[in-house]
Design a protein around this ligand. Structure first.
Ligand SMILES: [Zn+2]
Length: 113
């Protein structure tokens, strides 16, 4: 099981969350440029923004809605840190294999398609 660098850090990212939830085209472009890719959990259908920092390391940005929607996170006790939903992790791994989730590259992380 890979080591996740961070638990969901939505509490630290109110502005990012607000932008994600706003979901405008400009904001989408902003976070896509930063390497974040929308990924949907195959089990609970929660959407998150994921970014590959390295093959082993993925950053995940949760939205408040996603946190409520994900059964894994919803089941956590107040203050408990849940690393991530296992089904979501599998979806992210699949996206990385498919090339939907860009891997970091030396000359930036743009890729065709
Ligand atoms: Zn899930």
């Amino acid at each position: 099981m890979p080591t996740w660098a961070k638990a969901p850090d939505f509490a630290d990212q109110p502005r990012t969350l607000a932008r994600v939830r706003a979901g405008t085209a400009a904001d989408r472009d902003d976070y896509l440029r930063s390497g974040l890719c929308p990924i949907q959990c195959g089990r609970c259908a929660t959407w998150v923004l994921a970014k590959k920092n390295s093959p082993q390391h993925t950053s995940i940005q949760w939205t408040a809605e996603g946190i409520r929607q994900c059964a894994e996170l919803a089941a956590r006790a107040p203050g408990e840190v849940v690393e991530t939903c296992p089904a979501l992790q599998a979806s992210i791994d699949a996206a990385a294999r498919d090339g939907r989730l860009a891997m970091p590259q030396i000359n930036g992380d743009r890729r065709a398609g």
